[in-house]
Write a protein that binds this ligand. Structure first.
Ligand SMILES: [Zn+2]
Length: 212
């Protein structure tokens, strides 16, 4: 079976046919990364409770098992309902963004970064509405994702329009319940995500300044 067929067949990422490919990309981005099914992880069950509490009940636990990919330390927890294509699509954000952040806050040791990361993500300077720590960490991961696309897929395959759509979607998502209402101010959200991704990638790709 070729890569193309795997995507077309919408194979679940953890199935025997697909897991090797997902893991190969994850390990290429950071050799220590481990992919884990969310619904099979005792740690994730604990984290789902934690998110449920800090979001004042908005982050429903059952929904969160099927909903988003979440990175803790060097482990990327992916919903078991996701296809290989869906899993592959989030890996640059999760690994080059978040796994790298845990490693940085742990001074090179992923698990040591877990407490500092979670404190910044959930408490700095407030858990909701002014959660700038969460917004900055997500914006940095968005930037890492676009950096990856520019480097490995090629700048010629990117478009300013796609970048704008992605960044605008993050501006609204970071202020919504999926990210526990991280920012009250839309202007602040725009400043953070646009300066992280659009400004950076536009400078990198250069040619986009025409339609920016
Ligand atoms: Zn993220």
């Amino acid at each position: 079976m070729t890569e193309t067929n795997l995507f077309e067949d919408e194979v679940l990422w953890w199935s025997a046919a697909a897991k090797g490919q997902a893991e190969a990309l994850a390990k290429k981005l950071d050799p220590k990364t481990k992919l884990v099914r969310k619904d099979k992880s005792p740690l994730w069950r604990f984290v789902a409770w934690f998110l449920f509490l800090v979001s004042f009940g908005y982050a429903k636990r059952e929904r969160m098992y099927e909903w988003m990919a979440v990175t803790i330390g060097r482990r990327v927890y992916i919903p078991s309902t996701w296809t290989l294509g869906e899993a592959i699509a989030v890996l640059p954000h999760e690994v080059l963004g978040h796994v790298a952040q845990y490693k940085r806050y742990g001074l090179g040791i992923h698990w040591l970064g877990i407490v500092p990361f979670l404190v910044i993500y959930f408490l700095v300077p407030f858990p909701i509405l002014w959660a700038y720590g969460r917004a900055y960490l997500e914006a940095e991961a968005v930037k890492a994702d676009w950096d990856y696309r520019a480097d490995y897929i090629g700048a010629e395959h990117l478009s300013m329009e796609l970048l704008r759509i992605d960044v605008n979607s993050w501006v609204s998502r970071i202020r919504g319940k999926g990210y526990a209402f991280a920012l009250l101010s839309k202007t602040a959200a725009k400043d953070i995500f646009w300066s992280a991704a659009v400004t950076h990638i536009t400078r990198k790709v250069g040619a986009w300044h025409v339609d920016a």
